[in-house]
Write a protein that binds this ligand. Structure first.
Ligand SMILES: [Ca+2]
Length: 322
């Protein structure tokens, strides 16, 4: 596949153990060209997310890929952030205390970088959003033409007709900045949301981890070190013997959309009360008698099913290849 035909992707990320997996899978996917990483708070604070993004690119010997640092606060300037360090370790990468990266982020903010790239390659850039949606919302606010110029936004987020993973209502990435999520879901861009109703079907088992451990693959060996903490969190929180592949599933949805099936409708995000962060899809099948908060809003695609064995196989294959 020639460089010109590859899908250009920007990964907006809060690394994050499964973010690390997704980034490595992307770098090993010949169908796509990673043209940048943008960072956001979520699994860690933004400063550490930037450091981890740079570190992961150095592990992959891809220091040529630019990293643009994202927002340190929510789109409403909120500073009280939810940080999931109890899932990913205080360093975000399984408490391995890796040395600091040599590289530095570019001078542009994540939102400015997103806007610039969308303008440089109109209709050609896919954003894979693996954290709270603050940077994407800021890009929409910075340039009202961003939604039509961006090719697609693949969102890892939401819990559609299932319980959340922060609380019964909310999934973590949406809960991290619900106002930003509502801006993005209603901005009119070509959006595909991959929620935990789908990613909870994609499980990397103990056996899979053993295979990674025994492989000669550089990424596989690296990931086995950081995966330990992720496995123990899942065992405690869900009583499972495997881990959910949230971020790699969303990434592969961008690489190969035929791995999932979708429905279409309008998604709004609850921004207040006990269900703050709830994603609610109107499938537009009923004509309501009144104007609702979903009326006349752009539709998005929401993933419904996933070929989970195929996703796990692809993740394994791409990580084990050395
Ligand atoms: Ca993430």
């Amino acid at each position: 596949m020639g460089e010109a035909e590859k899908k250009k992707i920007i990964i907006d990320t809060d690394p994050g153990i499964d973010d690390a997996m997704a980034i490595f899978v992307a770098l090993r996917s010949p169908e796509v060209e990673v043209i940048g990483l943008t960072t956001i708070f979520g699994n860690v604070y933004t400063t550490l997310a930037t450091r981890n993004a740079l570190h992961l690119l150095e592990v992959a010997e891809r220091g040529d890929i630019p990293v643009a640092e994202g927002s340190h606060v929510t789109v409403m300037q909120g500073t009280k952030l939810r940080i999931a360090d109890f899932v990913h370790g205080s360093d975000g990468l399984g408490n391995q205390n890796f040395p600091p990266p040599k590289g530095k982020p570019i001078d542009q903010s994540a939102a400015a970088f997103l806007v610039e790239q969308a303008n440089l390659y109109p209709g050609k850039v896919t954003v894979v959003a693996l954290g709270p949606l603050t940077n994407i919302a800021l890009a929409v606010q910075m340039d009202p033409t961003f939604p039509e110029k961006i090719g697609q936004i693949v969102i890892l987020g939401g819990a559609f007709s299932v319980n959340g993973n922060v609380n019964p209502a909310a999934e973590a990435n949406i809960f991290g900045d619900p106002e930003a999520a509502d801006i993005v879901f209603t901005c009119g861009a070509d959006i595909l949301a991959v929620g935990i109703n789908v990613t909870h079907q994609v499980v990397l088992t103990d056996d899979d981890r053993d295979k990674l451990e025994k492989s000669e693959g550089k990424f596989a060996r690296y990931l086995c070190k950081i995966l330990e903490l992720y496995f123990s969190y899942h065992s405690e929180a869900y009583s499972t013997k495997g881990v959910y592949l949230h971020d790699p599933t969303a990434l592969l949805a961008a690489v190969n959309p035929s791995l999932l099936t979708y429905t279409t409708g309008v998604v709004r995000v609850q921004t207040s009360g006990i269900t703050r962060g709830l994603t609610l899809l109107d499938t537009t099948k009923k004509r309501y008698g009144e104007i609702t908060e979903w009326s006349n809003k752009p539709t998005v695609k929401v993933a419904v099913t996933v070929d989970a064995p195929a996703v796990v196989d692809l993740v394994m294959e791409r990580l084990m290849y050395s």
